[in-house]
Design a protein around this ligand. Structure first.
Ligand code: ARG
Length: 841
């Protein structure tokens, strides 16, 4: 890495002095006026006085206008690039200290001045330009232009700058140009990201890296990996490859503060921070498993990074290599079936790329294309897909589309597909499958959705949108045990009056005997007047009319209010670890290093969890046997699991710590990689009231023999406070290596599934009255999604903001994934005090 301590070529903090504007004032000289002859002495005197007053007023106005108003003018920086077609690139242009660089830069500067002078708007406010770099092709120049703009004029200047290319073309066509002048093409500029002009930067770094064949370059944020990146710093890395090569930038770590407002990294397909060439803005953490990898369209790339004064994280590291420019993509695809993807999939596709595929299946058949992944969103995209898109059957598709929902068929045995990426913002692109279908029977023995999907006929009218476009759920004759929604949908009767609008039109929640309008439904079911909300009195009898009040702190404590460390109570629901300090003593935000995961790339599909998705998931192995139960990490040394996992049987003494081996950071059973940590147990604390017949109080604690160090793969989940509310209908996650079907085999790769919390009363009637208040129900009532044997003890993870809370512990069920048989979980909130007492966590 080439470290240049020079800082940026522009210094955002220091402005030019604009006092010079005041010199206009000297033009008014009132002594000259006095010499004029007039009607009489008094008249002259009055005249002079009036004149003097007028002049003083004008002078004052001018001073105000040119001095003070100008001080309010704002600096506006534009990044720009242009192609110089009548120059050849020479090596010396890479070095800004060379005389060749300086000479060409001077020419560019003076030509820019001429260009801006052609626009009255631009010429008025133009200050100066600096050339930042040159690169091959013939020569491409990268520069920054500075303007000083009166407030309110910014948009006008932005517009004028956006069309500066036409000014150049016009100028070159219609004006006499000296033969020595540069011939310019593709002049583009856009206003610099204002965060890069922050006055709080105290350090500027600039690095450059020129890759070669068979050479791996590397860039990283200062201090990586030993210390956090520096505060209040602006950094840029200029990357070059040999001509006819592209730059490949592979991030192996990206770990920044979560808020892009404060710290961010931006990757540009340019050597200057030109917003119309930005490929990606990043902040927060990215999963190291599917790390972001970018490829440039030309032989240059720029990475910028800005930091503020607080919360500095480890930073980033990326490998820089050059890859031969791929001149073609797309092509001819023939046969019964096949697959194709956007360039570099699942890595980010390059900008400014267009590919074309011609698909041909045997004559007499038709082509069906299904997109298994479709990730082509970008900021500023329009409905009509004017930015990146895929075109099939003359129809443009863009944005991010759920897996398998973009399906197109042709009327003939041919189809063409076009991929297009514009100059800015890239994404991971698409993967697609094509197959030959019989147009007369496109879905043999299956139901054909309107979007041409084929689904199992049994899924029609089951209350679930299996097609993705609802076409399997319309025109249904609802069965007797279904709710007939007004909008024509059928939903299972058990969803009636459960507080969730399942029909979508509210039919299933009508006439539920709830409270009247103007009334508030208490958590205990009582109805009280709306007006009693937050009146300081417990009208419900359970305190629920005094929750979520404007004045949230210092309310009287009830079973439902959060108790701060100082024993004061607050009425806000679920205030803990929500990144807002609600308690006067800030105790609701204490011990909040929990429940967060790294950003996942959303690329590994199916039911497999992604690595690092659930870093609190633990696999409990019985010694010499293997995986038996799950558990959740809640602190460096403590796990929560199910009591029924630690009951002795005739062969094994599961209640003894020595029976177990604990695996943390595990993703695939039997694959013990560098992220996995193995521990033995020091003690097991089973809940004293566990009932092996009813599974009531099914919870146990395990202490590791030594604490673990947290990593991207090992992190604790947040424990909810005793008052934490997990509302019915909320989505929660179940995870584990348990059986993937009733009576089936255990999974090798950690599985995840999304289920919803189910109303306790509904659940109790479904489960034959076996549900206690220490049990929580969650599942998918139409069946098919559930925990199963081997998942016990594992977490029921509930997302709240950017964290996950431990809502439940996998406990029991009636078979697995049966219709109307939800999974039953231990209610963790009921055991919060017990956990604290036993573990101190
Ligand atoms: N008791 C089971 C075990 O030991 C877990 C059952 C969960 N079942 C369910 N249908 N949710 O692994």
């Amino acid at each position: 890495m080439d470290y240049m301590d020079s800082g940026l070529k522009y210094t955002p903090g220091k402005d030019k002095d604009w006092e010079t504007g005041v010199q206009f004032l000297q033009a008014s000289d009132n002594r000259k006026l006095e010499k004029k002859k007039g009607p009489g002495k008094i008249g002259i005197l009055i005249g002079v006085l009036i004149l003097a007053a007028v002049i003083a007023l004008i002078t004052g106005l001018l001073v105000w206008h040119f001095h003070f108003r100008k001080n309010a003018w704002v600096k506006r920086m534009y990044a720009g690039t242009m192609q110089i077609t009548n120059q050849q690139f020479i090596k010396a242009y890479e070095n800004s200290d060379s005389s060749e660089f300086k000479a060409l830069a001077k020419q560019v500067k003076s030509q820019l001045k001429v260009i801006y002078s052609r626009s009255p708007e631009l010429s008025k406010y133009y200050v100066d330009s600096t050339v930042q770099d040159f690169s091959e092709g013939s020569v491409i120049a990268y520069y920054l232009s500075e303007f000083r703009v009166p407030p309110g004029k910014e948009a006008a200047i932005d517009n004028a700058m956006a069309s500066v290319g036409t000014l150049v073309d016009k100028g070159q066509r219609f004006m006499q140009m000296p033969s020595s002048s540069l011939i310019l093409k593709d002049v583009v500029s856009s206003v610099l990201d204002s965060r890069m002009l922050s006055r709080s930067f105290s350090n500027y770094y600039r690095f450059s890296e020129h890759t070669k064949t068979n050479y791996n370059g590397q860039i990283q944020s200062p201090g990586f990996p030993n210390s956090p990146y520096p505060p209040n710093t602006f950094m840029q890395w200029q990357l070059r490859a040999d001509p006819n090569n592209n730059i490949k930038l592979e991030f192996d770590t990206m770990d920044l503060e979560g808020n892009c407002k404060n710290d961010f990294v931006k990757v540009y397909d340019s050597l200057v921070a030109l917003e119309s060439r930005v490929m990606k803005e990043m902040c927060g953490q990215y999963s190291p498993i599917d790390p972001p990898t970018f490829v440039s369209s030309g032989n240059v790339m720029l990475v910028t990074m800005a930091t503020d004064d607080e919360n500095n994280y480890p930073g980033f590291r990326a490998k820089v290599t050059q890859v031969q420019h791929a001149t073609t993509c797309g092509g001819q695809l023939k046969g019964e079936r096949g697959t194709f993807t956007s360039p570099n999939f699942p890595n980010y596709y390059p900008p400014q790329t267009s590919c074309h595929w011609s698909i041909e299946v045997p004559t007499g058949k038709a082509v069906k294309v299904t997109f298994t992944k479709f990730l082509m969103s970008e900021p500023g995209q329009t409905k009509d897909c004017r930015k990146d898109y895929v075109e099939i059957n003359n129809k443009k598709v863009c944005g991010e589309q759920p897996d398998q929902t973009v399906v197109e068929t042709s009327n003939t045995n041919k189809m063409s597909v076009t991929f297009f990426s514009d100059a800015s913002y890239v994404n991971r692109g698409f993967s697609a499958e094509f197959e030959a279908i019989d147009l007369k029977d496109p879905c043999p023995n299956q139901f054909q959705c309107r979007n041409m999907h084929c689904i199992n006929s049994a899924l029609k009218c089951d209350g679930w949108n299996d097609c993705g476009d609802m076409s399997d759920e319309i025109n249904c004759n609802c069965k007797a045990d279904d709710i007939s929604c007004k909008n024509g949908l059928c939903k299972p009767m058990f969803w009636r009056c459960d507080g969730i609008n399942d029909c979508g039109d509210g039919t299933d929640e009508l006439n539920c005997g709830g409270c009247k309008s103007g009334e508030l439904t208490c958590q205990n079911g009582k109805c009280v007047s709306d007006k009693t909300h937050c009146d300081g009195r417990d009208d419900c009898g359970d305190g629920s009319d005094e929750l979520n009040c404007p004045k949230s702190s210092g309310v009287s404590c009830t079973d439902l209010t959060f108790r701060c460390k100082n024993n004061k109570c607050i009425s806000k629901v679920n205030p803990e670890c929500d990144e807002i300090s609600d308690c006067d003593d800030g105790s609701d935000e204490e011990n909040c290093d929990c429940g967060k995961t790294v950003k996942s790339a959303r690329i590994v599909g199916g039911q497999d969890a992604e690595v690092g998705d659930f870093p609190w998931q633990v696999s409990l192995h019985a010694k010499n046997f293997g995986h038996v139960c799950g558990a959740s990490l809640i602190s460096p040394q403590w796990l929560v699991t199910a009591a029924h996992c630690v009951q002795d049987d005739s062969k094994t003494r599961y209640s003894q710590p020595g029976a177990w081996e604990v695996y943390l950071g595990l993703h695939t059973q039997r694959k013990i990689d560098g992220h996995v940590v193995k521990r033995n147990l020091k003690q097991i604390i089973c809940h004293p009231n566990y009932n092996e017949h009813t599974y009531d109080n099914d919870i146990a604690l395990m202490e590791l023999d030594s604490p673990v160090t947290y990593s991207n793969f090992i992190k604790p989940i947040c424990l909810p406070s005793a008052q934490h509310d997990f509302p019915v209908g909320n989505s929660v996650w179940i995870t584990g290596w348990g059986a993937t079907r009733e009576g089936g085999f255990a999974a090798t790769v950690l599985q995840k599934a999304e289920v919803r919390i189910i109303n306790g009363t509904v659940c109790n009637s479904l489960m034959g009255g076996q549900i206690t208040s220490r049990m929580l129900c969650a599942g998918v009532l139409s069946g098919g999604v559930d925990a199963c044997q081997g998942d016990s003890g594992g977490p029921l993870s509930s997302p709240a903001g950017s964290r996950m809370f431990l809502a439940g512990v996998v406990s029991w069920g009636d078979g697995c994934a049966r219709r109307n048989k939800p999974g039953i979980y231990t209610t963790v909130t009921k055991f919060r005090a017990w956990i604290k007492e036993k573990t101190g966590v």
